[in-house]
Design a protein around this ligand. Structure first.
Ligand code: ZN
Length: 476
């Protein structure tokens, strides 16, 4: 049985983020940090992934998710369609749909799941099941009327209709599933959290009705999630927030599960299938922390993603499970400044600038909301609390939202065929390796011949290769 765990991301986990998260993880345990090993550091194979989109040097998460889930590079802003589709032009959808490794796994009889800390209809997860020329068409309320009339479908609707009965769906995004103005169960009466759907459909009720005789369960809070016995659950829909889940530093531990808890439950449900499983896991808010210039939030998200990778590792075996951890793209985040060993990762460089004579933090952004000029000069960071959770690290250029970065991202892998992920590769190569290892998708001739030539126990192959576990830390 081959299991593939691919951490993908709309998470924006570039290599500087990986290194800084490693140091933070160690420092949270009372060590100096640099010598610490992340769970992903323990993987035996590492490769670099070229993240550009067909029409963009610096990628977005929609085009990159299409690459590492569907196996073809795509235009930015589009999910589950080839580069022949044009962003926001509904009529270019039809005939240009491409399918994902999640669908290939489902078609092969495996159980499949999606776990994310963002909305379940956000860019990364949506490339696993949707075909949409605009990543922002979360529900029909976000779509132009002409697109709806032309037959294009919103992403929430596609989640429940394109690939019937995805076994596990967990994340945020509740409001996109309910009719417009429906009060939210967790935030009753709060207008911004109310349902958005103009078509009046209640996608959660429709889902519950469909799986009511199939051991299906819908939950919207952590307590109900952890009360489930995964042995008695074959289908799970968990929607824990109207939008994205909160940052892990701000998580309400009563109502919101951690990423690690969601992964734990997902694997317990999925691994019951003797044919194996595929799981996509996204630590999607690493990306959001960076966009806001809040490096501490982003790094704590990355540490939590690593904890989830560790949990998945305890629950699976590298003998039958391929696990791939990567990012969709990087960010213009970095750290430097000749800091001494053990320096707090959110701390200051040991000297002042020899130009403006002011201190500076080790972490800085190339652009973003942290650009601060006070009385015509760069802000003196020693006058403010640069250790607080929402401190916005200084940037060279002012932008409301920090941008993605264009350099390659790392791909960490372990398990069957993990050695194929080495060297510098195009991002869309990744799902082809996973499919090859699991004997799913279009290219399975090597599996048939291996089986027919099998003469002994060493020929443990395709039928036995089953579980595809995809953990995706989002670095987008
Ligand atoms: Zn992003």
């Amino acid at each position: 049985m081959v299991a593939v765990i691919t951490p993908l991301c709309d998470a924006g986990m570039g290599i500087p983020t990986v290194t800084a998260a490693r140091i933070l993880k160690g420092q949270l345990s009372g060590h100096s940090g640099e010598e610490t090993q992340l769970e992903m550091d323990k993987f035996p194979y590492v490769s670099l992934s070229k993240t550009y989109n067909t029409d963009a040097q610096v990628a977005d998460s929609a085009g990159t998710a299409t690459a590492y889930l569907c196996g073809v590079k795509a235009n930015e802003g589009t999910v589950g369609v080839s580069a022949a589709a044009v962003r926001s032009q509904c009529n270019t959808t039809f005939g240009n749909e491409v399918t994902s490794i999640l669908k290939w796994a489902k078609d092969a009889g495996k159980s499949v799941g999606i776990v994310t800390t963002t909305r379940v209809n956000h860019a990364t997860p949506s490339a696993a099941y949707a075909h949409c020329v605009d990543r922002d068409w979360f529900s029909d309320a976000e779509m132009p009327v002409e697109a709806v009339q032309a037959g294009c479908k919103d992403i929430a609707q596609q989640l429940f209709e394109n690939i019937p009965n995805i076994n596990v769906i967990m994340g945020g995004g509740r409001k996109y599933m309910f009719p417009k103005n429906t009060s939210d169960v967790e935030y009753p009466g709060e207008h911004k959290h109310m349902g958005t759907r103009k078509d009046g459909r209640n996608l959660v009720e429709e889902w519950k009705e469909r799986v009511k005789d199939l051991r299906g369960h819908y939950v919207w809070n952590r307590k109900d999630l952890l009360a489930l016995n995964p042995n008695n659950v074959d289908y799970l829909l968990g929607l824990f927030e109207p939008g994205d889940l909160p940052y892990s530093l701000e998580r309400n531990t009563e109502t919101d599960p951690s990423l690690t808890e969601m992964v734990d439950v997902a694997i317990r449900i999925l691994r019951k299938n003797p044919q194996g499983f595929y799981l996509l896991v996204e630590g999607g808010r690493i990306d959001h922390g960076h966009h806001e210039g809040k490096a501490k939030q982003a790094l704590h998200e990355a540490v939590e993603m690593d904890r989830a990778i560790g949990r998945a590792g305890l629950m699976t075996s590298p003998y039958d499970t391929l696990t791939v951890v990567t990012a969709d793209h990087s960010h213009v985040f970095n750290f430097g400044g000749y800091t001494p060993r053990g320096n707090s990762i959110t701390g200051l460089a040991p000297m002042v600038s020899d130009v403006d004579q002011k201190p500076f933090t080790a972490i800085l952004y190339g652009n973003g909301p942290g650009y601060k000029i006070v009385n015509g000069v760069r802000e003196n960071v020693s006058t403010i609390d640069y250790n607080q959770n929402n401190y916005q690290a200084q940037s060279a250029v002012p932008l409301r939202m920090e941008t993605h970065g264009g350099e390659d991202v790392a791909v960490f892998s372990k398990g069957p065929m993990a050695h194929l992920l080495h060297g510098v590769k195009e991002q869309n190569y990744i799902p082809h390796v996973m499919a090859y290892a699991a004997c799913i998708g279009q290219n399975t001739r090597h599996c048939v011949s291996a089986v027919s030539q099998a003469t002994g126990p060493s020929a443990a192959l395709p039928g036995v290769l089953a579980a595809l576990l995809s953990l995706t830390p989002l670095l987008c």
